[in-house]
Ligand binder design. Sequence first.
Ligand SMILES: NC(=O)c1ccc[n+]([C@@H]2O[C@H](COP(=O)([O-])OP(=O)(O)OC[C@H]3O[C@@H](n4cnc5c(N)ncnc54)[C@H](O)[C@@H]3O)[C@@H](O)[C@H]2O)c1
Ligand SMILES: O=P(O)(O)OC[C@H]1O[C@H](O[C@H]2[C@H](O)[C@@H](O)[C@@H](O)O[C@@H]2CO)[C@H](O)[C@@H](O)[C@@H]1O
Ligand SMILES: [Mn+2]
Length: 441
Amino acid sequence: MKKFNILVVGGGSTWTPGLLKSMCVRQESFPINQLTMLDTNADRQKVIGDFANVLFNEEYPDIKFQYTTDKEVAFNQELDFVFVQMRTGGFKMREQDEKIPLSLGVIGQETCGPGGFAYGMRSIKDMIELVHDVRKYNKEAWILNYTNPAAIVADALKRVFPDDNHILNICDQPENLLRSYGRLLDRDPRSFDPVYFGLNHFGWFTHLYDETGYDLLPELRDKILDGGFRPVDFEQRDKSWLETYAMVEQMVKDFPEYLPNTYLQYYLYPDKVLNKLDPDFTRSNEVMAGREKRVFTECKRVAEVGTAQDSSVVHNDAHGEFIIIVAESIAYNRGDHFVVILENNGIVENLPNDAMIEVAASLTKQGPRPYAVGEIPTFYKGLIEGQFAYEKLTVEAFLEGSYQKALQALTLNRTIVSAGKAREVLDALIEANKDYWPTLT
Ligand SMILES: NC(=O)c1ccc[n+]([C@@H]2O[C@H](COP(=O)([O-])OP(=O)(O)OC[C@H]3O[C@@H](n4cnc5c(N)ncnc54)[C@H](O)[C@@H]3O)[C@@H](O)[C@H]2O)c1
Ligand SMILES: O=P(O)(O)OC[C@H]1O[C@H](O[C@H]2[C@H](O)[C@@H](O)[C@@H](O)O[C@@H]2CO)[C@H](O)[C@@H](O)[C@@H]1O
Ligand SMILES: [Mn+2]
């Protein structure tokens, strides 16, 4: 059986221990020959790398593992898959993305609204560089990208690398929703055959077929309306995520036709959500004090004691497992279906062909083969077209260094609306991001 060579970019990510655990769990179905982790931050990389050495020694002794900050070491080797999960600017800049808009009275969030705009303008540069770095030595390696905001990154990469058909942008949120539906319905989420359409963090499930072709969505909707909605892993979730999932009930009450992605709360109820956000303690603060602290403290402890057997930080979560089962489906030409991000080209008939949409597709060696969605109703089409125009203008603002397009993008975003407010937010974000963004003129 072929063993794969894998590179993880952003090896110092808070999600890496879970990913490493998933690699251990799936070593029979996805055997790895050489695993390399690359990060720009040597300290973060070392903590997670030392933890990996202990974990693999116990659970995956035949894996060849190295971690590095040296691009030559990382890229100048034969690679099958590159898993990317980088955060340009780190949590400190995420905090700015959330707090600056909030200080001006609009939604401050990691991937939605002006926070997502700011993060996107930082991610694009590093992601373009990453693709060049990979392709220098590996023309065919699959680049599976988690880096956010995935919608904006996907659009930028499609424009800069139009002929590269081995880049796939993915998000674990539809997967997490499917697992949450599975728990609510007491069914195996892998048995679901979902129909989903939208943009990343901006989409809806229209059907959820079981193995017999029966649509479970009406039953699921009734359950949500009767008893609310929680994430599959609600026991481990922070308060803000539980509140986010709880908003699904409100969305289903108002728009019962389809089941929404949780991120739609920021666009459909910006006033209500704004009231709940604390401008002095945002999600980045919660993550820095919670997941980041927990992960790094625990990885250091494991390296010190030399065993990961009793480690609570390591669990096989959706994030880690999802990217591996996606890779498996591609590597073995299995054609399993997943919700992924790809160019529309008629999948949703009444949306622009060049939109990077999120839909169900079967994944083979040739990449995603999407399932047709057909025409979507006016309400969803209108929302998506506005959001797509915002995303497109964001990418163009970056590529052309255009202040005007940046202003247009933020004015179009439903979390802002007012052009005056958009200019105020943009000017503040330009100042905060001067070490990262191109100059906008
Ligand atoms: N698509 C999804 O559904 C999904 C889900 C979860 C996380 N994410 C994304 O995964 C990424 C990691 O999230 P996190 O919360 O663990 O953040 P994190 O800051 O803990 O991890 C990111 C790591 O990337 C490193 N990094 C930054 N720039 C880099 C570069 N150019 N090359 C290599 N490494 C670089 C950082 O030093 C850091 O160690 C983020 O982009 C996040 O938005 C996406
Ligand atoms: O606020 P954070 O850093 O905790 O999370 C931001 C990410 O949120 C989504 O990911 C979920 C994921 O769907 C789920 O499987 C589980 O692993 O938790 C994650 C967050 O708690 C989203 O899809 C990502 O794009 C965000 O980066
Ligand atoms: Mn996501």
